[in-house]
Design a protein around this ligand. Structure first.
Ligand code: ADP
Ligand code: MG
Length: 427
């Protein structure tokens, strides 16, 4: 008698079932992921989010069939993945382009590897390069391209294989803040307009806002051993706006899940005053680190004494920390928030992104950033800002603008050029 198997879900592309992957054996054995299950349906954009070392790349390799699970199964369209999965392609953080080949040749190589006849290769490569927005750069060499453009060539090359399942391993984390944001927008546009030959996307990231911005579902992972903690749906329409309350609410939920804590009180950056607290962000960074080092809670007056700082000097830093959502004050104690903890745990690059994402929601910073972005050459006279600020804050305008510039520079968003007296966008 045939044993009835549960009817396969026809829309399901990928099913990872109770997968464990260990490296090595004996006492040196390392469990990279344990008992992980997840599935992806056609049309879905799923993010795998978690700290470094929680097994995200390991999972992608299993999905792509580049390695086998120690236990459990990986099914692709219902069939076990036992060799390299021809339907899934991985785009890595820094895509290895051949430096001696042009952009066009780099893409053609992928088509050749896929067995596309020479006659069709060139036209298809040109079309792919056009799709990712690099038309005009066909004959450029990788070294002539910015990081963002090189990553686009990586996307074009991955597309050449026409993967049903596109796996992205931290595709934006090697880029500067602005290039990353631009490239996220472009990828989303291609995906949402169905301009890609791709049915689903599985993206690995450790950037929470990126996950909320792009995906339909976020699979949150933790490490030691790598495992799935929870899955969070992102039921927001595109285009998504980081400053929207609903967006923020999901970001906070995800932070709480990542940090394993309860949801913090709603943060109201946009409602904060039109004045920046008189604090340098590197001082705030130091404070957050210190607080994390003390287990997340410290007595304010003692902190002030320890740091040899008048409370009056410390409080603006605390205020900046509250504005960014990194700390909060309770009964004379300073507490670190899950967001602050995430900051303290993050790499330098992630920290910059985190701060940039937060301060862009402070009205004054946002206004300066938007103004610069809308300008033709991304440079605007300092006096332009000063004049408008005077209407808001009177004779504090100069000090406020200097503070804003120092914040912008800290997050590598914008800076001041003393030779021309202009503010300009960092690239
Ligand atoms: P992530 O991508 O989330 O940073 P990885 O999947 O790269 O995590 O790694 C998960 C764990 O498995 C880490 O502890 C890492 O050191 C270990 N690991 C990854 N690949 C190997 C390997 N080939 N041999 C031994 N250990 C590995
Ligand atoms: Mg990785």
């Amino acid at each position: 008698m045939a044993i009835a198997t549960p009817a396969a879900d026809p829309g399901e592309l990928l099913a990872v079932r109770d997968v464990t992957k260990s490296y090595g054996a004996g006492p040196k054995q390392l469990v990279a992921v344990r008992d992980v299950s997840l599935s992806i349906r056609e049309g879905e954009f799923v993010s795998l989010l978690g700290p470094s070392g929680c097994g995200k790349s390991t999972l992608l390799r299993l999905v792509a069939g580049l390695s086998r699970p120690t236990a459990g199964t990986v099914l692709y369209r219902g069939a076990p993945v036992l060799e390299v999965n021809p339907h899934a392609t991985i785009v890595f953080q820094t895509f290895a382009l051949y430096p001696w080949l042009t952009v066009l040749q780099n893409v053609e190589v992928a088509l050749k590897a896929r067995g596309v006849a020479p006659a069709g290769r060139r036209a298809r490569a040109v079309r792919l390069i056009d799709t990712v927005g690099l038309d005009g750069f066909e004959s450029a060499y990788p070294r002539e391209l910015s990081g963002g453009m090189r990553q686009k060539v990586g996307f074009a090359r991955a597309m050449a294989v026409e993967p049903e399942l596109l796996c992205l391993d931290e595709p934006f984390s090697a880029l500067d803040v602005l290039s990353a944001e631009a490239l996220r927008g472009e990828l989303l546009e291609l995906w949402l307009n169905k301009a890609l030959p791709t049915r689903a996307i599985l993206m690995v990231t450790h950037n929470i806002e990126e996950a909320v911005l792009m995906s339909d579902r976020i699979v949150v992972m933790a490490k030691n051993p790598g495992r799935v903690v929870t899955t969070i749906a992102v039921p927001l329409h595109h285009p998504r706006r980081r400053q929207d309350t609903a967006f923020q609410a999901i970001v906070e939920t995800v932070y709480a899940a990542v940090a394993g804590r309860t949801r913090p009180e709603a943060e109201t950056l946009a409602q904060a005053g039109k004045r920046l607290p008189r604090a340098r962000l590197n001082a705030l960074a130091g404070l957050v680190e210190r607080l994390a080092g003390e287990g997340g809670r410290a007595d304010l007056p003692r902190l002030s004494a320890d740091l040899v700082m008048e409370l009056d000097d410390l409080l603006p830093i605390v205020e900046a920390g509250e504005l960014l959502g990194f700390v909060r004050v309770q009964e004379g104690d300073l507490l670190i928030t899950p967001l602050g903890q995430a900051y303290a745990d993050a790499s330098i690059l992630t920290r910059k992104e985190l701060v940039a994402g937060r301060i862009l929601r402070v009205p004054m910073i946002n206004w300066i950033f938007e103004t610069l972005q809308q300008d033709d050459d991304r440079r605007v006279d300092r006096d332009f800002f000063l004049e408008r600020l005077r209407a808001e804050v009177g004779d504090q305008a100069g000090e406020q603008l200097d503070l804003a510039v120092s914040w912008g520079r800290f997050a590598e968003l914008f800076a001041f050029d003393g030779r021309t007296d202009e503010l300009f966008l960092e690239t």
